[in-house]
Design a binder for this molecule. Structure first.
Ligand code: ATP
Ligand code: ZN
Ligand code: MG
Length: 509
């Protein structure tokens, strides 16, 4: 690892001859002692070295190189203090500014990689090295950045370990009779149970809503409440900082929706835009954007992002654990590919999110109980053919793919997947994930700075029940003819309300 810094100090005055001699002496001393201080014995060759300097008028140009020990920017910083002290004391000359002219880091690199790095303006590839030409920053900024930048470079260039994803079926309802193989998305729209609104977003009409609310209620009565979960309402506008802590900003920035505030809370500010809309009828997102602030929020992706924030920077007491909450207060949002998959892959979907914090034992047991209850409801009450699979923890996939898989033999995530007959045979087709239940270990304690009063280990877990997905699986297997539905469901729902009818919608009445 080699550092190469060219920097320029601007002095408040030109130096008198006497001062020039002293400056030379100071620079020499700095090179032999100051730049070597703190460097391990025998590694002096890897400490800082003043390669050259040039004084012209009030400008002092320096060329400092180093290895890994006293990095060039740290040398410059030390020199700044030394010169300020000495020249100030003896000659009343101050240092006006320090400008980075160029700074590069040479790192070993096995082979060229196609990548870009923030704060690096040019990446040069040599035979077994890469040279990172950095943007010109202040010394303190380099100090805060460089170790992280070097790690990021290694992370991006190292061979990624194979995604440690494991998928193993651990339970299966067994085959159930299928009443249909139709494409439910099409039928739902044709019958007017849902109406397409925008990419991946639908109006839910009375019959669909009644069925979805019945399933939601079943989940609350049979899963959440018997296990002691209390309802809370989690915020749905999530500041970016909370998304960063959850890992979403580095793991899945391409799958989220972002929200901007208006440039000013003032109609006048928008005058040009409102005029334009009045005159043309065109909503022009491009024009609108210029009247908005940069996005400071994202919409919930996992829905539990704000849950951990309740405990952030607070001191918890595991003797008071567990806390078991659920949120069903609204949509989760995902920027899914084009929103072309009908009702099975939505951009806005409703979900019951169960979130819990407790001792490792409590969290594991709770998660396992959630899974047991879900199996029960899905299989016995709704009669859905589904299976339980162990899979990669979602938090792992969403944040750092290089993180170790798990620290204990506790399974990170269980998914429940339903068979969708329209997709093909049971063996070869992809099943649809309808619920999941995860233990996140102490990951979010670290990320959200949640402290336990006696530093005892505590975990969190969460489970998402995708209501549209359960409806989708139910209808895909049982069809629309209620005679094929479980008796209990039929009885509870009674007659389903009709969708609104217009001359040209829905197609089938
Ligand atoms: P998939 O593999 O189907 O994309 P996922 O692994 O992205 O699912 P999770 O992140 O585990 O899903 O989300 C939890 C639950 O939220 C899922 O089990 C599912 O019920 C629901 N869900 C996720 N994405 C969608 C979507 N686009 N539309 C509807 N429901 C969804
Ligand atoms: Zn969650
Ligand atoms: Mg997904």
């Amino acid at each position: 690892m080699k550092f190469d810094l060219k920097a320029e100090f601007e002095l408040s005055k030109s130096l008198p001859a006497k001062a020039k001699a002293q400056l030379k002496q100071l620079l020499k001393e700095a090179d032999t002692t100051l730049f070597k201080r703190g460097c391990p014995k025998g590694k002096e060759a890897e400490a800082g070295h003043l390669k050259s300097f040039k004084l012209s008028g009030r400008k002092l140009q320096l060329h400092i190189t180093s290895g890994r020990y006293v990095r060039a920017h740290a040398c410059a910083s030390r020199l700044k203090n030394l010169l300020a002290k000495n020249l100030g004391k003896d000659f009343h000359i101050g240092l006006k500014s320090l400008k980075t002219i160029s700074y590069s880091i040479t790192l070993p690199a096995k082979k060229k990689a196609d990548l870009s790095l923030a704060f690096v303006k040019k990446l040069e590839w040599k035979k077994k090295e890469a040279i990172l030409h950095l943007e010109e920053l202040d010394l303190e900024e380099y100090e805060a950045l460089i170790d992280k930048l070097v790690s990021l470079f290694h992370e991006k260039t190292s061979e990624k370990p194979q995604a440690k994803e494991h998928q193993r079926e651990v339970w299966y309802t067994g085959e159930k009779p299928m009443a249909t193989t139709e494409n439910i998305s099409e039928t739902l729209e044709r019958k007017g149970w849902v109406k397409h609104f925008a990419a991946g977003i639908f109006h839910y009409m009375p019959p669909y809503t009644k069925l979805m609310r019945y399933i939601e209620n079943l989940m609350l009565e049979e899963v959440a409440k018997p296990l002691g979960f209390e309802e809370i309402v989690l915020p749905k506008l999530i500041p970016l900082e909370v998304m960063r802590k959850k890992g979403q900003l580095t793991g899945i920035p391409e799958e989220m929706f972002y929200v901007s505030e208006p440039g000013k809370r003032d109609l006048k500010h928008f005058e040009k835009y409102t005029d334009y809309v009045k005159l043309t009828g065109d909503v022009s997102p491009e024009k609108l954007q210029t009247f908005l602030r940069p996005p400071r929020y994202a919409l919930p992706y996992a829905q539990c992002e704000p849950f951990y924030e309740i405990f952030s920077n607070k001191i918890t007491d595991i003797d008071k654990f567990p806390f078991k909450f659920f949120d069903r207060s609204g949509f989760s949002f995902r920027y899914e590919a084009g929103g072309k998959s009908g009702m099975e892959r939505l951009n806005a979907f409703t979900r019951i999110e169960l979130a819990y914090i407790g001792t490792p034992k409590q969290v594991k047991e709770l998660r396992d109980s959630v899974v047991e209850k879900l199996k029960q409801v899905l299989s016995s009450k709704l009669g859905i053919e589904c299976r339980l699979v162990e899979t990669t923890p979602v938090w792992l996939a969403h944040s750092d793919p290089n993180a170790e898989v798990q620290k204990t033999d506790v399974i990170g995530t269980y998914d429940i997947e339903a068979y969708i007959p329209n997709r093909g045979g049971r063996k070869e087709s992809e099943w649809l994930e309808i619920c999941n239940a995860s233990v996140s270990f102490d990951k979010y304690h670290a990320r959200y700075s949640i402290k336990e009063r006696a530093r005892r280990e505590a975990w969190t877990g969460c489970s998402g029940i995708g209501l549209e997905r359960v409806v989708y699986a139910f209808l895909s297997q049982k069809g629309f003819d209620m005679k094929n539905w479980p008796a209990e469901v039929k009885q509870a729902l009674g007659q389903l309300p009709a969708p609104p009818k217009m001359l040209d919608w829905p197609k089938e009445t």
